[in-house]
Design a protein around this ligand. Structure first.
Ligand code: ZN
Length: 149
């Protein structure tokens, strides 16, 4: 196997990513993204700002305000670096003050590659409603408990 990320993907299991307190079902997000084909363009400046902003820890990148592990080895394993990334809307959550914040939930390595090469990226954009469908139920439950109203 090429690296840990490739190894995990080869198992074909459901892909899950955590940003802030929310666990996203990336497998479902990819499905919705491909069905909907709602593509937006992120200009090179935005990609550079997001993916190359200094992270507090080495080996990490801050994308969409969240720290992401970047595996340098995996950068050369990406089958199609121009495959659109996925942007979802982060719904309001307990302890978080903003709602509907667009964040990149899939394609952080592609973002880093594009930033280093000075390219913009295409992104599948998920509406708030579509985004909510990709949040794993366990976390919806936690949010419901935290919000008694
Ligand atoms: Zn890899």
């Amino acid at each position: 196997m090429k690296c840990l990320i490739c190894e995990e993907r080869a198992k074909g299991k459901k892909e899950v990513a955590r940003f802030g307190p929310i666990y996203w079902d990336i497998t479902k997000a990819k499905q919705i993204a491909k069905e909907r084909q709602n593509i937006i363009e992120l200009p090179p400046e935005q990609v550079r700002e997001e993916a190359l902003s200094p992270a507090p820890r080495e080996g990490y990148s801050v994308i969409g305000g969240f720290e992401t592990v970047i595996d340098e080895d995996h950068l050369s394993h990406i089958p199609d670096p121009t495959e659109p990334v996925i942007v979802a809307c982060l719904p309001p959550y307990p302890g978080g003050d903003q709602g509907d914040l667009p964040i990149v939930i899939d394609g952080h390595h592609r973002m880093v590659l594009a930033a280093r090469e000075g390219r913009g990226v295409s992104a599948y954009f998920l509406s708030l409603d579509e985004s909510r469908r990709c949040i794993l139920p366990k976390l919806k439950l936690v949010a419901a408990i935290d919000r008694p109203r």
